[in-house]
Ligand binder design. Structure first.
Ligand code: NAD
Ligand code: USQ
Length: 391
């Protein structure tokens, strides 16, 4: 198949592009390199030494014999470049990663809120409008987030996108319906993903676009089978207070003897998935597209749930790291339970990599190996959800 990967230079997009290329798909990448520019803005670098796009593509050609094509432009701004690419190359699938994905970054200031909303919503709407204008029958696979649901339920499992509800009519009759699960975002970033859902629902209904929305949990790990073939293909590893996600941060903190930064009580429960499983899930989603006219297909892309303090204890037991319970910079429940339905991807054949069997390798092969590249000053989370005046 011809697969267009938007955001293909990023943490999930790069390994996905290599995985799909390795599976025999033709892959074209679009990215505006905004993530690399944000590293410049924050004065931080990936813990792993990532290569430029030119070097990455040349290395993949050398290692696999396959040519990836890279186009640098902004999907949220350059609508006509996107439209021409669709019309000229006629992809079967577009995998859409091209959004600003860090909750703390989205909450840093009013500029960061406005940038995140404008970038994410315009990227998604431009893609959908361009597919309609092109007249092509393209399957869109989008990376959404578990955070659209909020992180708690009334004791039930979080379903895959849709909630079955019973309503009473004025005549006293009970009717059943399935509705989009009520959105409950915890940051401006997560808010953009809830709004993406409405764009998808509209275009699926109005224009019969075929759309799969993968509600993904926190991705941990760094390398996949393909990115570990050559150091020039290495994936990025974010550890700073804005982009680093919790488990990868704990692994890196342990490697540099920095006490693990648990926010609040660490009673927050989240869903997790290994990066190798992310790329497999995307392949599975591509292989099983919805039909034209079908509602948006929503899959929960996660494999296990953990409380933050339990993750800290796990990493501490493995490495001897100290744990530090710090003031929570975010506005979130101190404790929550999370039960998640993920049957659809398991049914399609996903065999999860669990923390239990992947963690140690991550500590030694990545966090310890590249710990000399860590800037300790970039570790604390300095983005506050509430300004001191309103808290
Ligand atoms: P990332 O920031 O590493 O990658 C996103 C890529 O998109 C970057 O290379 C960036 O330069 C590019 N991009 C952003 N806006 C663009 C635009 N307007 N035009 C062109 N390119 C643009 O993020 P990631 O971790 O790879 O996440 C990818 C997707 O997966 C995001 O949509 C994110 O919300 C979702 N997701 C990520 C995680 C996670 O833990 N990393 C978990 C759940 C969902
Ligand atoms: N946390 C700590 N200590 C830290 C960092 C984080 O205790 O040093 C806590 C946070 O307060 C939060 C939890 O860990 O309660 C998760 O934070 P995170 O930064 O790892 O993840 P999050 O902000 O939720 O965002 C990440 C990705 C985002 C994706 C989301 C999936 O950056 O793109 O959508 O995970 S989910 O969490 O399921 O919504």
């Amino acid at each position: 198949m011809r697969v267009l990967v938007l955001g293909g230079d990023g943490f999930c997009g790069w390994p996905t592009s290599l995985h799909l290329s390795d599976e025999g798909h033709e892959v074209v990448i679009v990215d505006n390199l905004s993530r690399r520019n944000i590293d410049n803005e924050l004065e931080v670098n990936s813990l792993t030494p990532i290569s430029s796009m030119g070097t990455r593509i040349a290395a993949w050609k050398e290692v696999s014999g396959t040519q990836l094509v890279f186009n640098r432009f902004d999907v949220a701004e350059h609508y006509h470049r996107l439209l021409s690419l669709l019309e000229e190359w006629r992809p079967d699938v577009v995998v859409h990663f091209a959004e600003q994905r860090a909750a703390p970054y989205s909450m840093k200031s009013s500029w960061h809120k406005r940038y995140t909303v404008s970038n994410n919503l315009n990227a998604t709407n431009n893609l959908l409008a361009a597919i309609v204008e092109s007249g092509l029958d393209v399957h869109v696979v989008h990376l959404g987030t578990m955070g659209v649901y909020g992180y708690g339920t009334a004791g039930m499992k979080i379903p895959e996108g849709y909630l079955r509800v019973k309503l009473e009519t004025d005549e006293g009759e009970t009717i059943e319906q399935e509705i989009l699960y009520p959105p409950n975002p915890g940051s401006i970033y997560h808010l953009t993903k809830t709004q993406d859902q409405l764009l998808f629902a509209f275009y699926a209904k109005n224009d019969k676009l075929r759309i799969t929305d993968l509600h993904q949990g926190i991705v941990w790990g760094t390398q996949t089978e393909q990115t570990s073939r050559d150091e020039r293909l290495i994936n990025r590893f974010d550890y700073d207070g804005d982009y680093g996600t919790v488990l990868n941060r704990f692994l890196m903190q342990a490697a540099v003897n920095y006490p693990l930064t648990v926010h609040g009580t660490g009673g927050q429960t989240r869903a997790f998935i290994h990066i190798q499983d992310t790329v497999r899930c995307i392949e599975l989603a591509i292989s099983d597209p919805p039909a034209r006219g079908e509602r948006v297909r929503i899959l929960n892309q996660m494999t296990e749930t953990h409380r933050v303090r339990d993750l800290a204890k796990l990493v501490s037991n493995l490495t001897g790291a100290e744990i530090n319970y710090v003031d929570n910079p975010r506005n979130e429940d101190a404790e929550n339970d999370l039960f998640v339905e993920n049957r659809q991807l398991l049914k399609l054949g996903l065999e999860p990599i669990t923390l239990a069997n992947g963690l140690l390798r991550e500590v030694t092969e990545i966090a310890q190996k590249y710990s000399h590249r860590c800037d300790l000053d970039k570790i604390p989370c300095r983005s506050l959800w509430r300004t001191p005046a309103t808290s």
